[in-house]
Design a protein around this ligand. Structure first.
Ligand code: RTP
Length: 148
């Protein structure tokens, strides 16, 4: 089944939003397959955001991501990449609808609380980068109550 990489950024951790964010994905019916809190160093942050290295905001983005611990997660479920991005909301919190994580908990782009993979291919790469040790293999007993 499809998987995505979700990261609660340092502001989300410092503001005590970890439980709320996990709860939103869990209540939707997605399965939590990987979870760890970690500090990332500069080169790791630069690797994660390598596609944005030419952007003027890249140095500030790297400083933001290394400014405190993050929570790295793998979530699984049908269409979890696209649906996960909908749960997260638009990159700029000013454009994010109420009811989305960024719409409810963020104001500016440079403190937008959470990251989610933008495609199945990015998810595959990001899960390999963040969870080189692999993730737990298990099947939820709730499966028949979530999927027909
Ligand atoms: P993310 O990767 O964090 O899920 O965000 P995204 O796909 O919605 O947006 P992306 O374009 O990949 O940008 C990554 C992160 O960089 C910061 N950003 N700042 N100041 C700016 O113009 C600007 N643009 C992007 C945001 O933290 C964004 O989430």
């Amino acid at each position: 089944m499809e998987q995505t990489f979700i990261m609660i950024k340092p502001d989300g951790v410092q503001r005590g939003l970890v439980g709320e964010i996990i709860s939103r994905f869990e209540k939707k019916g997605f399965y939590l397959k990987g979870l760890k809190m970690m500090n990332v160093d500069r080169s790791f942050a630069q690797t994660h955001y390598a596609d944005l290295s030419a952007k003027p905001f890249f140095p500030g983005l790297v400083e933001y991501i290394i400014s405190g611990p993050v929570v790295a997660m793998v979530w699984e479920g049908k269409n979890v990449v696209v649906t996960g991005r909908k749960i997260i909301g638009a990159t700029n919190p000013s454009d994010a609808s109420p009811g989305t994580i960024r719409g409810d908990y963020a104001i500016v782009m440079g403190r937008n609380v959470i990251h989610g993979s933008d495609s199945i291919e990015s998810a595959r790469k990001e899960i390999a980068l963040w969870f080189p040790e692999g993730i737990a293999q298990w099947q939820s007993n709730l499966h028949p109550w979530i999927y027909e």
